[in-house]
Write a protein that binds this ligand. Structure first.
Ligand code: FAD
Length: 522
């Protein structure tokens, strides 16, 4: 079956939804998402969205904080642009019905997080992402020009590589004509053709055994663009959130937002020592990479499985009203955060690299845009500053929309696109082949390509991953498409990119820490 849309949007997080709402007034939009509309990383964002709102904050300060967190590997032009254009996009989110908390005088209640020199995080209690997702999803569902295809999985981008050889020969640059999409309910593979395609598929936390990301975060967009011969960069910079709730067996790991440290929470080891001052003069509010490594080190030195986040000295009423979700979640496990310390452990959280895009969110494949966590814009450099990802997604969705609206009509729909060929394939006889390989990928990445790396560990990782890659490709060729095999294949592709880029970086920088290249002491 074939479907045609002016704009194809893959992903229903903040990036995909805000782009869809903007382009929908100019053409027909197909919005596909592999789960339901609301199951996204966006929905889980707790802390908030960073933007300059009131003095004494300034664009200059937000730019500087971003550059410092990024270990000076950010693209400064991008940082300035995102910081400057951020406030207008916040106004648009508000116009679309998003509520951010206010204080009594009617001003926004700004929070402060690690690495920020001012209070600048707009938030809705401790479930900001859910509030943004709610407001945007509601609008999308009502828009007559947006057709929502839930439980539809994008398998591969359609480029001229899928066309007949004559056509291929006459094309110089790579173009994207849409995507092959698997309807997860009927198992039918659709040819979805478009004039412009947006990838907004989010991150890849499920490369690792412990992650704050929901199940959808399997790096599909990065793998698809890589296979279509787009450019992928900066994959070595994987951010581990320093403080996820230690609760073995729970997936995704429950996040204890950085805002709790901004509010006064202090990290302590199991001996009761507030250890962060030993590692950085900013203490518990140092940037995430430093905090995650410090916790990793404390756990390794003492042989502990977790450290504590102590909020027991903070005023109980304010604590409960600012962090109702955390309070409730911990209480469900018998931890009263007003009286008990919270056991925490780092978890894979955010991938700073991804699909390389320009200032208009254009990838290196024409008619293909990427926004949100899947994209590498240059904003985060070697480490993302807390709460800078939601703002990056909306600013780039706006830029992508403007560019796509101006140019989409220049492109017709491709013809001669063949149907997906699954002749000779069957359902795998044993699912264990997939589940076991997935487990092994996560173990390899966690043990050898985690917070602290070494040349030897990276080499070992690549050798092990290659074996799993070969086995999985063989199985993939023989198998009918399924969510599980496609996601496994994508995670292997993405894991390979993380390892290769980590091996290529001959220094420790930002989130990439290799013991064979110790950081000079400053
Ligand atoms: C627990 C947690 C807390 C966070 N807190 C904050 C915070 O306070 N502030 C902040 O700025 N950032 C935060 N982040 C990061 C931020 O939430 C994400 O980076 C951001 O929401 C990503 O948005 P997105 O639009 O790129 O993608 P997502 O919101 O991840 O959405 C991805 C979408 O793509 C779909 N998809 C993926 N692959 C396919 C496929 N093959 N086919 C079809 N659909 C597909 C998914 O189903 C989903 O709809 C947090 C993240 C987590 C996990």
């Amino acid at each position: 079956m074939e479907r045609k849309f002016d704009y194809l949007v893959i992903g229903s997080g903040v990036g995909g939804l805000s782009f869809a709402l903007k382009v929908a007034n100019y053409g027909k939009v197909g919005l596909i998402t592999k789960a339901n509309l609301e199951e996204t990383n966006t929905r889980y964002a707790q802390g908030g969205i960073a933007a300059v709102t009131y003095e004494p904050d300034s664009f200059h300060k937000h730019v500087q904080d971003t550059l410092i967190a990024g270990d000076h590997l950010c693209n400064e032009e991008v940082v300035r642009m995102v910081v400057k254009e951020g406030p207008a996009q916040i106004r648009e989110l508000i116009d679309w019905g998003t509520n951010f908390d206010k204080v009594e005088n009617g001003q926004y209640d700004l929070a402060r997080e690690g690495g920020h020199s001012e209070k600048r995080i707009l938030h809705h209690k401790d479930n900001t992402g859910a509030e943004i997702q709610r407001a945007l999803s509601q609008r999308v569902r009502m828009h007559p020009n947006i057709e929502l295809l839930e439980k539809h999985f994008a398998v591969d981008l359609i480029t001229q590589h899928h066309m007949g050889s004559l056509v291929k020969r006459h094309m110089t640059n790579i173009q994207c004509f849409g995507a092959y999409v698997l309807n997860l309910e009927t198992e039918e593979v659709l040819r979805v053709l478009s004039r412009a395609t947006l990838i907004a598929t989010g991150g890849a936390g499920h490369l690792y055994s412990t992650t704050t990301n929901p199940d959808i975060a399997t790096g599909d967009g990065i793998a698809m663009v890589y296979r279509a011969k787009g450019i992928i960069e900066n994959m070595e910079f994987v951010q581990f959130h320093p403080t996820s709730l230690y609760n073995p067996g729970e997936s995704p790991s429950f996040l204890i937002t950085e805002a709790l440290r901004g509010h006064g929470g202090i990290l302590k080891n199991q001996r009761g020592e507030a250890f962060m001052e030993k590692y950085d003069k900013r203490g518990s509010l140092a940037p995430r990479d430093i905090v995650a490594r410090a916790i990793d080190n404390e756990m390794k030195i003492h042989g502990d499985d977790y450290v504590y986040l102590d909020a027991t000295h903070l005023e109980a009423h304010a604590l409960k009203s600012h962090f109702p979700n955390i309070h409730e979640k911990c209480l469900s496990l018998g931890i009263d955060i007003t009286r008990d310390q919270i056991p925490v452990v780092p978890a894979a959280h955010y991938i700073c690299g991804g699909v390389k895009v320009d200032l208009n969110a254009q990838t290196w494949i024409s008619q293909l845009y990427a926004v949100g966590e899947v994209a590498s814009t240059g904003l985060h450099g070697a480490n993302r500053l807390a709460s800078n990802s939601l703002i990056e997604a909306v600013v780039y969705a706006d830029r992508a929309a403007k560019h796509a609206i101006a140019h989409a009509r220049e492109h017709g729909f491709a013809d001669q696109i063949p149907n997906w060929d699954d002749s000779g394939t069957t359902h795998p006889e044993e699912m264990v082949l997939i589940t076991q390989n997935l487990k092994e990928v996560k173990q390899i990445m966690t043990n050898y390509v985690g917070i602290v790396r070494s040349d030897l560990r990276l080499e070992r990782a690549v050798v092990r991953l290659e074996i799993i890659y070969r086995e999985t490709e063989e199985l993939y060729k023989k198998s009918k498409l399924s969510l599980r095999i496609c996601q496994l294949r994508n995670l292997i592709n993405v894991g390979y990119l993380v390892i290769k880029m980590a091996q290529a970086r001959k220094e420790s920088r930002g989130l990439h820490y290799n013991v064979d290249f110790p950081k000079p002491v400053d």
